[in-house]
Write a protein that binds this ligand. Structure first.
Ligand SMILES: Cc1ncc(COP(=O)(O)O)c(C=O)c1O
Length: 456
């Protein structure tokens, strides 16, 4: 029988609780032919996640078809903010599909009109227009294009620099990768755009100096004239560590952007729609965004994303010049609308704030118990990152993080593979409908995993 690298079969303890059930070996022997098929016909890059073959997912749980059930701390990859398989979303998708109206390109459709109206109505000023796309990366490409177009119109072609941040991640398309701050991901790009530069991200751990002056000093070092900056792009929190900036830093950045007529662009692809305990993550900073990019939690299901922005910026292009084939697909739009209704009706941002508060207290307790191995605990609401380090230092320990994720999966707690600097962040991001009971159980499991893995 073949095995999955890093996941050689080993006996695991049976688990049986309300949220978790493990009754087979992991990976499940019967699932190996499926895993092998994927390995054979997909590029190996698709093989990075724990070998759990999802069969169905509901609420905060994921099930395979061999009797195992995981309490989900992944939300896929921060997609299912409203919870997995919510009947309201399923019904909206099925209802729209059964009409049938499966696609309309940019021809008008009613559900798209409802969705963009809804998005604008719930967004903080001055986000007045919404452009629908399919993936998060596309929204970043679009935001870069809009910021540069705006800059060039305001200040000529020199005003086209896009400033982003070290260790940032904005997706895997060309522009998004150039705006990203992870050098290894850019090795394939032969002609790096000299008009895209990165500055230190003030996370307080990998970058200890969190003063805004560092931003200005770095631009000067890079020879960037602030008057030539078209836009500053940042993740509301960096996904790699779940790290936020100090509020004061962002408020100074907002002023700086105003002075230099640069657009402030928040990448809310992970942070949007309640994840951080506020409906929009950048609300924590109490500043306005000129553009904001959304994806993932917008539908809790089907692929749909959105750029929201100031009217003057969003209307820079004439009819037909900024489009995409699947813009506002009616089935995806129906899913997104149903999802937003759930998030608002059930006040899931508030739930993320409340349950997340309890979770972060418990995680802080874990950091106290394992101070040598958890270098940093960052996050807000229902997103957290534990950055694992080699004993006593700050070196990322990707092996330890991977061992913890594996141990958790074997105990029925589902997490995706470690992310972030050195692949050493254990990322926690459950559906936002999770309650305190499930959260307490999950943290207890995580504690057992760290105790087991950190001692070997
Ligand atoms: C902050 C952020 N921006 C952009 C993206 C890219 O989104 P997508 O994978 O939908 O292209 C991601 C995906 O993980 C992300 O986390």
């Amino acid at each position: 029988m073949s095995s999955i690298p890093g996941w050689e079969a080993r006996a695991v303890e049976p688990v049986h609780t309300k949220y978790r059930r493990i009754v087979t070996r992991i990976p499940v022997p019967e699932s190996l032919p499926i895993l092998e098929k994927l390995k054979r016909f997909e590029p190996q890059t698709m093989g990075g996640q724990p070998p759990v073959v999802w069969d169905r997912a509901e609420g905060v749980c994921v099930f395979d078809r061999w009797g195992n059930q995981w309490l989900d701390w992944s939300s896929g990859v921060l997609i299912t903010n409203a919870g997995h398989g919510r009947p309201e979303i399923v019904n909206a998708i099925v209802g729209q599909a059964r009409k049938p109206l499966l696609t309309t390109y940019c021809f008008p459709n009613e559900i798209r009109a409802e969705l963009v109206e809804k998005l604008v109505s719930i967004s903080p000023a001055p986000l007045q227009k919404a452009f629908l796309l399919t993936t998060g990366s596309e929204t970043i490409e679009c935001a870069i294009k809009l910021a540069r177009t705006h800059g060039i119109r305001e200040g000529g072609r020199a005003k086209s620099v896009i400033v982003s941040f070290d260790r940032g991640f904005h997706g895997r398309t060309l522009g998004a990768q150039m705006a990203g701050g992870i050098p290894a991901l850019k090795e394939w790009i032969v002609n790096l755009d000299p008009g895209m530069v990165q500055v230190p991200y003030p996370d307080g751990f990998r970058t200890e100096d969190v003063r805004f002056e560092v931003f200005e000093q770095q631009l000067e070092k890079l020879g960037v004239d602030p008057r030539n900056v078209a836009g500053v792009l940042l993740e509301t929190y960096q996904g790699g560590g779940s790290s936020f900036c100090p509020k004061q830093y962002i408020q100074q950045l907002r002023k700086w952007c105003d002075i230099h007529q640069a657009l402030l662009i928040f990448d809310e692809v992970q942070a949007g729609f309640g994840r951080t305990g506020k409906l929009f993550g950048f609300e924590h900073y109490e500043v306005a965004a000129d553009l904001a990019c959304f994806g993932k939690g917008l539908s809790s299901s089907l692929p749909i994303s959105a750029v929201l922005g100031r009217q003057d910026v969003m209307d820079l292009y004439p009819p037909g010049a900024m489009t995409s084939t699947h813009t506002g697909n009616p089935v995806c739009a129906a899913a997104a609308l149903a999802n937003l209704e759930i998030i608002l009706r059930e006040n899931l941002a508030q739930n993320a704030f409340r349950v997340g508060g309890v979770m972060h207290c418990k995680l802080a307790g874990l950091k106290n118990r394992f101070p040598e191995r958890i270098g940093a605990h960052h996050g807000m609401g229902l997103v957290a990152g534990l950055q694992m380090v080699t004993p006593g230092g700050k070196e990322p320990d990707g092996q330890l993080a991977s061992a913890i994720v594996r141990a958790a999966v074997e105990k029925g707690l589902l997490m995706f593979a470690p992310v972030g600097f050195g692949g050493a962040t254990v990322k926690i991001c459950p559906p936002l409908c999770i309650d305190e009971e499930a959260t307490a159980e999950a943290v207890q499991v995580l504690e057992e995993c760290i105790a087991e893995c950190a001692s070997v």
